[in-house]
Design a protein around this ligand. Structure first.
Ligand code: HEM
Ligand code: HEM
Length: 178
């Protein structure tokens, strides 16, 4: 009975977490739209929009770290996979929306251009990895293949590590603006 209640609670928590991610996305996109319209001149867009970009990718990173903690330390719980999957997908969605904001703010301020600089290049690699990693997660569950399991595990760890490095590079860039 106690166990059943615990499982239901954890399900409730992850259900609420997904809603939190969706609410965060909705709130930030309306804020971004509002601030983007008020902006003049157009060059200011990076300075005004980067907090939304940073907030979205950093919350994505937090979700992904929480998902990794579930897979690494909470495997004894019955709900770990559900939690890991939900947190991983929500984290990937938040990260991809943050990157969309980045592409919008850069192209609005400098026109449509190919990405430039280490932060942007690493960001593009991260966007591919946050798509590839959950896909690998689903495939490894279906095929039950040890090699795929190892690849998924390492691609997840690499994604998180690269995001931490890129957050640092982004922070350094902001420092250099001031
Ligand atoms: C971007 C999203 C995801 C990331 C970053 C991620 C990351 C990871 C990491 C780091 C581990 C290994 C944890 C450890 O032992 O150190 C892991 C394990 C696992 N993940 Fe994911 N994951 C993601 C999405 C998914 C999805 C969507 C599924 C399935 C539907 C999934 C299924 C699994 C399974 C079954 C394991 C256990 C395999 C093992 O023992 O290594 N993952 N994941
Ligand atoms: C955590 C992972 C992060 C990822 C994956 C990421 C990704 C990206 C990408 C892909 C771009 C380039 C867009 C383009 O050139 O079209 C970009 C631009 C930018 N990011 Fe990030 N970012 C991250 C974190 C941060 C953080 C934490 C900050 C600030 C504190 C930041 C500040 C910026 C700024 C200011 C730009 C505009 C750069 C320019 O003038 O070209 N980023 N980001």
């Amino acid at each position: 009975m106690i166990r059943k209640v615990a499982v239901m609670n954890s399900k409730g928590i992850f259900f609420r977490l997904s809603w939190l991610a969706i609410a965060l996305l909705a709130a930030s996109s309306s804020l971004i739209a509002a601030s983007a319209n008020e902006l003049e001149p157009i060059e200011d867009k990076i300075l005004i929009l980067f907090p939304y970009h940073a907030l979205l990718v950093l919350s994505g990173l937090l979700f992904l770290i929480a998902g990794m903690v579930c897979a690494r330390y909470l495997k004894g719980k019955r709900w770990w996979l559900k939690a890991h999957r939900t947190l991983g997908i929500a984290g990937a969605a938040l990260t991809l929306s943050g990157i969309t904001v980045a592409i919008y703010m850069v192209s609005a301020s400098a026109g449509l251009q190919p990405p430039g600089g280490p932060h942007a290049y690493l960001g593009i690699i991260v966007s591919l990895m946050v798509i590839l990693t959950p896909v690998l997660g689903f495939i490894q569950l279906k095929k039950r293949d040890k090699r795929l399991q190892t690849i998924h595990r390492w691609s997840g760890r690499m994604t998180i590590a690269l995001m931490i490095i890129n957050a640092y590079l982004g922070w350094m860039m902001i420092q250099s603006f001031q």
